[in-house]
Structure formats: structure tokens, C-alpha cells
Ligand binder design. Sequence first.
Ligand code: 8DG
Ligand code: MG
Length: 148
Amino acid sequence: MEGGEGGDRTPRVAVAAFILKGSSVLLGKRLSEIGKDTFALPGGRLEFGESFEECASREVKEETGLDIQKIEVMTVVNSVQPDAQRPSHFVTVIVRAVLSDPGQIPVNVEPDKCSGWAWHEWDSLPDPLFKPLEVLVSSGFNPFSCSP
Ligand SMILES: Nc1nc2c([nH]c(=O)n2[C@H]2C[C@H](O)[C@@H](COP(=O)(O)OP(=O)(O)OP(=O)(O)O)O2)c(=O)[nH]1
Ligand SMILES: [Mg+2]
């Protein structure tokens, strides 16, 4: 195994993106082992040499087909799951961004990892959220109102 799924106990860096459209954000239900059947942001692991913005842009494109712009780093979350079947620890950089072209429609490019992407009004997010996202939202974080 590559170890990228957290099979070893090395902390990893990831980037996840709030794509803002009107008062909605894009979420997809995860099918991967970590956080199965929970709603999460598009995102993934930082590759060697990448900036956070490059990683956000690449992961969003790879997972949704969307092009984003105005990428801003907002906060960072420490996501530790020490007791999972496959323990994992991600330091996740949270960014926000908007669509390069507001008319773009998300495509489920990786149907083995996600059951589909949809826009959700910030005031009525779906349940259950991916645990680290749930913790972030419960803490009062709001990608629409905070300054980077
Ligand atoms: N996708 C996503 N990841 C998040 C969020 N919050 C958060 O802490 N993470 C952390 C935990 C995830 O296990 C980790 C990596 O994202 P991922 O699980 O989607 O990784 P991935 O398979 O797309 O990675 P890759 O192989 O494409 O590089 O980022 C979130 O809302 N969405
Ligand atoms: Mg991902």
C-alpha cells in the first residue's frame, strides 16, 4: 500500500475547498473508507512542491471538472482519527474560491470516490457532514463572512 490512505501513522497535508456560488457551497457524499457516506468538500492531498492554491485548483478539477479562481486560504484544521481501522491524521488547509465561469456544472469525475456533487445552501447543509467539516462548521466558521 502506498500509505496515502493513512495506513502508516505519518501526518499528511491536504487541501479542501469551499466553492462559493450565491449562498451555496459544493458538497459530495464520500464513498472512500475515510468518512464513508458523509458530505464533504472537494479536496485531497498536497503533492510535492505544490502551493495550497495549486493543490485546490488541481483537486477540484480532478474531482468535479470545475475551474476555480480567487482561491484564498482561510484556515487550517487538524483532523486526527487515531482509532479508525486505518488510523489517519491530516492537517487540512481550508480554502475558498469561486467558479471561473459561473455557468459551469460539476461532473462526478471519480464515481468510485464520490456519489455525486451538488450545491447546498449554507443555511441548510446536508447531514451527516464529514467529521472534520462538521467540527469546522460547528465552531462557527463561515466561508462567506470571514476574512482570510
Ligand atoms: N475532501 C475533503 N477532505 C477533507 C475535508 N476536511 C478535511 O479535514 N479533509 C481531510 C481529510 C481527508 O481524508 C483528507 C484528504 O482528502 P481526501 O480523503 O478527499 O483525499 P483524496 O483521496 O482526494 O486524495 P488524493 O489521493 O486525490 O490526493 O483531507 C473535506 O471537507 N473534504
Ligand atoms: Mg478527495
